[in-house]
Design a protein around this ligand. Sequence first.
Ligand code: CTP
Length: 405
Amino acid sequence: MQTLTNKRILLGITGGIAAYKAAELVRRFQDQGAEVQVVMTKGATEFITPLTLQALSNHPVHLDLLNTETESAMGHIELARWADLIIVAPATADFIARMALGRGDDLLTTLCLAAECRIAIAPAMNQAMWAKQATQENCQHLLDRNISIFGPEEGLQACGETGVGRLLDIDEIVIEAASLFSSNLLTGVKVLITAGPTREAIDPVRYISNHSSGKQGFALAQAALEAGAIVTLVSGPTNLDPPDRATLVPIISATQMYDAVMAEVADTDIFIGVAAVADYRPAKVQTQKIKKNPAASNKSMTLDLVENPDIIAAVANSEKRPFTVGFAAETDHLIEYARKKLEQKNLDVIVANNVADTAIGFNSDNNQTTVLWENHVEELPMMSKSNISIRIIELISERFNLASQ
Ligand code: CTP
């Protein structure tokens, strides 16, 4: 089973003899379904070449903080946002000290400062350096800031000494990294998610739809799975692979989505409506392709539309109502409109996002959202859709647990 499916891992390599093991780590992360990009400190390049890591990761290796070429390809802030996890392996004593001080004197430390995602380090150094009070105090500072430390382990070292300081076994690092994403917050909870667009047929070749990519809904399904939930994903047409352990119910139109959701709702604990459901559909689907009518005097044609069922409102008002979470895609008056939908659709939580901003909108990999419930408003900073999903699932499970008490 792949445990890091669709996760974006930024692997930082610093200058120690164990740097050669990072090549293997890239492969193991990829085996678990992760996409990996590599950042190397100057010292690391003395131990293993960027070319090796570039070939293995299929991405250019990031080396410099102030490089006009790499900055234009992917700036350091963008790179920090891209990552779901930054893991520094091996992390030298010097790197740990610079990180503990909150320095930003090279690309890797700057990325760690700029990142909103999880950060982990796997220290590797001589046993005496590891045992030194300075190193231990620095590690304690990092732990206090919620940075995870994997290893080191005991054994024979490159310097010929034996003791604690060896890089943790590569497979163990992968297991520890995967465990950072599983929270058990929703163990056994049944979660039903709608995602993607719907398509409303006009005739056999045409339809009305929207720009929804499905990315946010699929990322939420993945995050719910990682939290231990049993997930059913009712999705309109997308180009995405569904998360491994989710039950996918593919649909095309809003009425099909409605039927699929209503068939499941009585057996659902949490419903999350992420789909961009078409509000209207053609009143009549033509059985044959509509032909152009050059004789029409006003050069126009009119489509008669009828309203689609409001799926989430139906769920929120169903007899055995699940905890119901909506999404509000707005181009203006974000909070005001989202709050209105929260109340009018009888939702427990609503997640609002601004789809007018192309940096975070429908097809983007990033998102910036505001989560609203009752009298609360919580803004989440811009992050990857995968990372923001973990935060949203944390918030939802908090509210769900309170509501179920
Ligand atoms: N939704 C739904 N069924 C519909 C329309 C919307 O379940 N027929 C859900 C969406 O999945 C989302 C929430 O309602 O969780 C808000 O969707 P949105 O498109 O932002 O709102 P609408 O109700 O369609 O209002 P408007 O288009 O006027 O903004």
